[in-house]
Design a protein around this ligand. Structure first.
Ligand SMILES: [Zn+2]
Length: 87
C-alpha cells in the first residue's frame, strides 16, 4: 500500500499560496489589469497575483471591490447593462 501524498490533493497548500500572494500584494502593490471595459468611463480591474477584482467608475471616482451586486448591475438586462447604459 502506497503512503505517497499527492501535493495537489492537500487543500492547505493552496491556502498557503493564496496567503503568500496576498501578502506580496499588501507589501508591494496589486498587479492591476483591466479585465473588462464596460463603457468609456467604467471598467473591471483585476489583480492576476491575488485574484482580487474591483469596479472602477471615473465619473464618481469610485474604486470598489467587485462583488455579486456589481456583476449583476453590468450583466445583460441589468440596470447598467453596457449595451444600453453608456455612463
Ligand atoms: Zn493583488
Amino acid at each position: 500500500m502506497s503512503t505517497t501524498i499527492d501535493p495537489s490533493s492537500r487543500p492547505v497548500a493552496g491556502l498557503v499560496e493564496r496567503t503568500v500572494r496576498r501578502l506580496a500584494c499588501l507589501m508591494v502593490r496589486h498587479q492591476y489589469r483591466v479585465a473588462r471595459q464596460m463603457n468609456p468611463g467604467a471598467r473591471k480591474v483585476v489583480c492576476d497575483r491575488c485574484g482580487s477584482a474591483w469596479g472602477m467608475h471615473d465619473a464618481t471616482r469610485a474604486f470598489v471591490p467587485w462583488d455579486a451586486d456589481l456583476e449583476a448591475a453590468y450583466a445583460p438586462g441589468g440596470p447598467l447593462d453596457p449595451a444600453h447604459y453608456k455612463g
